[in-house]
Ligand binder design. Structure first.
Ligand code: SF4
Ligand code: MG
Length: 324
């Protein structure tokens, strides 16, 4: 069978008056059924744009300018808005950082869930209500029957994000794309929600594409991770390998910037920093886009862009001239 999702050489660009800005370039990855893949990097790396392009939610004039997005074997890249609509929120669901991107403040949770279900399935109100209650129970909302009659503001932030997850699960999608799903929550609640997401994805056999700036989140939840920088994947491989033996200097920098206790390793608690900032799309550096910030750059780095290639026998690919 075809993989759940196969993104090949994806390119996303935004034309402006003076030039075309390429936000995502030559991005390729595969996500198998039941697998969890992290897309990680600093803000501006192109992670969200990559996630949004799978659902064709890039706002105009931005567009997918190259590559393919095979979902269950079918290329979504050429599909029209009308052809995409039945897939969104049905076979593929999205979870955003802000629950209010999903929830309507003036409708009860029950109404929103029933309407979402009825938009995709021929169900009576009663049948839809039963599925909604069962799904609220799955995300551990206490007394779901009563809670159905309440409005979003009557729930805490963590509860609201559970409800968003429940809405994403209603149609039992085969793929969930979650963009910083816990970033707005405090640390304890964040860990609970991630555990829940992990458990549900495993239980339902769903693929999960988890977009985050936080490598600690990636190591808690994902099987594989792709590290993005300036619109490209610079390292991709099994999460264990990438987190324990990062190959690319940027990944090494991201890891060094984590409070050590997060990764579950003894450490100094010192916050190392990668100097400088992510380049803007207006002036992406020549050669390896990371070279102005790279502590180990060599002369070739400012001239030649390194290709992603396998390093050793670990199943990891990295794009760096120094990686063997
Ligand atoms: Fe650093 Fe050069 Fe590797 Fe880029 S290619 S990460 S600049 S060493
Ligand atoms: Mg983002």
């Amino acid at each position: 069978a075809a993989p759940l999702l196969e993104v090949k050489n994806l390119e996303v660009s935004f034309p402006t008056k003076t030039k075309t800005l390429v936000a995502v370039r030559d991005v390729s990855f595969t996500l198998h059924r039941g697998e969890r893949l992290g897309l990680v990097g600093e803000s501006g790396a192109g992670k969200s744009i990559t996630g949004f392009s799978i659902l064709k939610l890039i706002s105009r004039p931005g567009r997918i300018s190259g590559g393919s997005i095979l979902f269950e074997g079918r290329d979504l890249a050429p599909l029209s808005e009308q052809e995409m609509r039945p897939l969104r929120g049905d076979r593929i669901s999205m979870i955003f950082q802000d629950p209010m991107m999903t929830l309507n403040p003036v409708l009860t949770i029950g109404t929103q869930m029933v309407e979402t279900l009825q938009a995709h399935r021929r169900l009576s109100r009663r049948e839809a209500q039963d599925i909604a209650i069962e799904t609220l129970r799955a995300v551990r909302i206490p007394s779901p029957e009563k809670r159905m009659a309440q409005y979003p503001h009557q729930f805490s932030g963590g509860m609201r994000q559970r409800i968003v997850i429940a809405i994403a699960l209603l149609t039992r999608p085969s793929l969930i794309i979650a963009d910083e799903p816990t970033t707005a929550l405090d640390v304890t609640i964040q860990a609970e929600i991630l555990d829940l997401l992990l458990e549900l994805a495993e239980h339902e056999g769903m693929g999960l594409l988890l977009i985050t700036h936080d490598l600690a989140v990636v190591s808690q939840v994902t099987d594989r991770v792709a590290v993005m920088y300036a619109g490209r994947i610079v390292e991709i491989g099994p999460t264990e390998q990438v987190v324990h033996a990062p190959q690319h200097p940027y990944t090494q920098g991201l890891l060094a910037a984590l409070p050590q206790t997060h990764a579950g390793e003894p450490g100094t608690g010192r916050l190392a920093q990668i100097h400088g900032i992510m380049p803007s799309l207006y002036n992406t550096p020549t050669g390896c886009a990371f070279h102005p910030r790279c502590p180990v750059r060599i002369h070739a780095c400012s001239e030649d862009a390194p290709a992603l290639r396998p390093c050793g026998q670990t199943g990891v690919l990295a794009a760096c001239h120094l990686v063997e």
